[in-house]
Design a protein around this ligand. Sequence first.
Ligand code: UD1
Ligand code: UDP
Length: 367
Amino acid sequence: MKVASVVGARPNFVKLAPLSRAVRDRFHEVIVHTGQHYDYEMDRIFFDEIGIPEPDHHLGVGSGSHGRQTGEMLARIEDVLMKEGPDAVVVFGDTNTTLAGALAAAKLHITLVHVEAGLRSYDRRMPEEINRVLVDHCSDLLSCPTKTAVDNLRREGIVEGVYLTGDVMVDAMDLCRDISRRSTILERLELRPKEYILATLHRAENTDDNERLREIIGAFEDIGSSLVFPCHPRTERRLRDLGLWNSLNERIKVIKPVGYLDMLQLERNALRILTDSGGVQKEAYIFRVPCVTLRDRTEWVETVKDGWNVLAGASRESIVRYARGFVPSTPQTHVFGDGEASRRIADLMESFMRSSRDFSGERVKAP
Ligand code: UD1
Ligand code: UDP
């Protein structure tokens, strides 16, 4: 049986790395890369460093408005799926690539698997929230990383095909744990373990709102400790537009986005992490590094409930206060997974796909 994995943006690549291995143990996999991300540091570095197989189809869509980008991807993914005729399509997370892959598969009646299903921030202004809701509602197999995700789906009436598998990002971290310890990023940046703060920032609600962006950058400058800031190209562009790029305080080490191995090394050795990323909040928790989230809400509510993550929004004063003094005082009670999520998803796909074939081997409508 053939499986098409659709990816295109940085977090999709990280999730694909472990799943692709499990999928290839059982199926013929083709990888479809939409080209949503394309800079070396946002794209190729993940394939080169963590052994993701080469994409079979590169659609070269690139950047654009949400409608144009998603529409271009939808049309091109549809062409590929019609040519390849896969038995299932896998999509990851909540990006525009995820939505386009899901719509293309659903409309061609191909079994759709959503990895990282059921996450909700309950903020419909976030483009990711729209993507998650739509993708979940047209998926056949939904792999939930947490019990909260399963409950969120149930509240929307989605119960068929929903499985608590654990989080493939735990599998990705396991896959790269040892090799990432060999990263020389600390030496290259002249950093000492637990003597710097790591920051990432790229969400539309922060970068496209001048006031929020100024507050957050102002906080980065006020913190006073050494702060490492691998800067997403979207954020760099906005900071240049606002004339803030060249005047950043010298205690902020602004660097290009880093590869996953360097990122894991930076995360595990950070004193604290400031971020608006979904994946980085989880990684901070797993590494037991206190996290200050630069958003008003989060989908990863377990990290906040456990007291290892605080929501500072875009308030300069709160960000500075937490960045200087936030110390979790409660034990971690939550696990995002046991490192077996990818194998579990591949097993589920296998039984699901077998059960949706009739006796003559022809595919029938998914249950
Ligand atoms: C996307 C996802 C977001 C995810 C993030 C991960 C959507 C709606 N958003 O946001 O959920 O957290 O990826 O990083 O899918 N750009 C470059 N080079 C690149 C990629 C982007 O310069 O390789 C710049 C372009 O100016 C582009 C902008 O970044 O317009 C935004 O890129 P886009 O892919 O639309 O969204 P992200 O902000 O990356
Ligand atoms: N990441 C990385 N280099 C960076 C920033 C992030 O390798 O410079 C990794 C990070 O460790 C995580 C994933 O990219 O595994 C998260 O992607 P991102 O923050 O872009 O998106 P989100 O998770 O918010 O959708």
